[in-house]
Design a protein around this ligand. Structure first.
Ligand code: ADP
Ligand code: MG
Length: 267
């Protein structure tokens, strides 16, 4: 037993190097795979009542995904009290930190990143998987600034037409129908989050800001966002289309892919 657990333990296979980041559930560290000398990211999630479902969902869904713009899961190692996801390492960090450090992206670069992100979300939706936590912190970049969507802890398998009711994710990225507590089409709420993200990466700001929570909620439910004048006409049109309040009038991920501002990304 001891031999077997040693064989499977984290330290016997990896040298954990340094801290990469932290989210709601996990701490992520860089590690070296001793056998191949490849760098990987280890997402360590403590097992608790609160995290168990997230762990099981992330494990199951990541294992089914295989797309160049989605982070790859190599292995799962369970150590006492902790689950370690061994993931592809994205050396460019996350989009939130990038914008915080360097300011908003030029439209040409945003097009490249957004096009790849749309491709990854379309791939998920076609597999009946919705992410439900699309935000810049969950979009990573590799050394060539290719997108790697990550953090599938709140994802769910959802057939077309099925409505969900549990709100989850981050309020700033919620669609109005989630805020209003209505049953929601999770494909359309993923699309809304993409719109908030697109606004953020091209302006460095959020589309529905307010000095109070009530003001923010009013703006969100009426879809009143002001787009800065330096944004091109095509991009302005795309953002307005995505941030359409009635979900039935909001574009699908396929519609977004066809928009003239979006750089189609063929795999
Ligand atoms: P949580 O589920 O707790 O939100 P995430 O999976 O979103 O955890 O990871 C938290 C942060 O850790 C990310 O925002 C990112 O900065 C960093 N990170 C996560 N995975 C990787 C990875 N594969 N490569 C590089 N950094 C990562
Ligand atoms: Mg996260």
């Amino acid at each position: 037993m001891a031999r077997n657990s040693k064989k499977k333990s984290l330290e016997s296979q990896y040298r954990v190097l340094f801290y990469l980041g932290e989210g709601t559930f996990g701490t992520v560290k860089l590690a070296l795979h001793l056998k191949t000398e490849a760098l990987v990211a280890v997402k360590m999630v403590e097992i608790s009542k609160k995290t168990l479902k997230v762990i099981l969902v992330e494990r199951e869904i990541l294992a089914t995904l295989n797309h160049p713009n989605i982070i790859r899961l190599f292995q799962v190692i369970v150590t006492p009290g902790c689950v370690n996801f061994i993931l592809e390492y994205a050396s460019g960090g996350n989009l939130f930190d990038l914008i915080q450090e360097h300011g908003p992206l030029q439209e040409e670069e945003a097009k490249h990143i957004f096009g790849q992100l749309v491709a990854s979300v379309k791939y998920c939706h076609n597999l009946n998987i919705v992410h439900r936590d699309i935000k810049p912190q969950n979009v990573l970049l590799d050394e060539e600034r290719n997108v790697k969507l990550t953090d599938f802890g709140l994802a769910i398998k959802c057939s077309p037409g099925r409505l969900l009711s549990r709100n989850c994710g981050t309020k700033r990225f919620w669609a109005p129908e989630i805020l209003l507590g209505e049953p929601y089409d999770s494909r359309k709420t993923d699309v809304w989050s993409l719109g908030v993200l697109l606004f953020f990466i091209t302006t460095g700001d959020y589309p529905f800001a307010g000095s109070t929570l009530i003001e923010f909620e009013q703006k969100l439910t009426t879809g009143s966002c002001r787009i800065p004048p330096y944004i091109s006409v095509k991009l302005e049109n795309l953002i307005h289309q995505i941030l359409t309040v009635p979900p039935e009038k909001r574009p699908s991920i396929e519609d977004i892919e066809k928009h003239p501002w979006v750089m189609k990304c063929d795999i």
